[in-house]
Design a protein. Structure first.
Length: 226
């Protein structure tokens, strides 16, 4: 309990800025999860869940009485969404894991699915923005909504094995970095910059793996172009 209390309250002071160690540790777990995802390892999902739980408490600063009393509902809500979708991804990758511990064979989503994902990203952002604004999320609220919806689609795409999910993360990072800087979450903003580079690398790694001859695991999905 003492360790948990220390982790919950511990702070790192950089100049005039105070950063919660929970934010740092949560992002480290997130980075480890992204690395595992790039290598297509099942352990990426439970590691990510731990990071999500920590970051949920960070982004509800006003609720948990942190040094940064700002609520980013999209950021906090996406941690809950991550946990839910990660359970699905964990199950799917465990079920389809093949030789060498590789859990999924990357595949292109197809143009029909890409269009659906793009429409869902823009439409979902427009639909959720008024809700987040009514709940008191940090401005610009549309950015918070964009990050939430994009994160949902990217995590689902990873679970499905779609190569394009990496590019959705890039779109999330482009909007998320200035939002986090404006809200004072500097550790997460820094990690988003790093993630942006990492996700581009992940895209090319998965695209190259897609071209390798191997047995492909088929997932029935009405969005996938036949």
């Amino acid at each position: 309990m003492d360790v948990i209390r220390w982790l919950f309250d511990a702070q790192l002071t950089i100049g005039t800025q105070t950063v919660l160690w929970r934010e740092v540790v949560g992002n480290v777990f997130g980075l480890a999860s992204a690395l595992g995802g790039m290598r297509r390892k099942v352990w990426a999902w439970p590691v990510g869940i731990v990071g999500n739980a920590l970051l949920f408490t960070v982004f509800l600063g006003a609720v948990f009485d942190t040094p940064n009393p700002v609520n980013l509902l999209g950021q906090a809500g996406r941690q809950v969404m991550f946990i839910v979708v990660s359970v699905y991804g964990w199950y799917s990758w465990t079920r389809s894991r093949g030789r060498g511990g590789v859990a999924v064979q990357p595949r292109w989503a197809g143009w029909r699915t890409r269009i659906v994902l793009a429409v869902a990203l823009v439409g979902g952002t427009a639909a959720i923005t008024p809700l987040f604004r009514a709940l008191g999320s940090y401005e610009p609220v549309w950015s918070d909504a964009w990050v939430f919806v994009g994160s949902l689609l990217a995590t689902y795409g990873m679970a499905r094995g779609w190569v394009e999910f990496w590019l959705i993360w890039v779109a999330v990072d482009v909007v998320g970095v200035p939002l986090l800087v404006g809200a004072g979450y500097y550790a997460s903003a820094f990690m988003y910059v790093f993630y942006g580079v990492f996700t581009l690398i992940g895209f090319f790694v998965w695209a190259r793996a897609r071209r390798k001859p191997t047995v492909e695991v088929q997932f029935p999905d009405p969005l996938v172009q036949r």
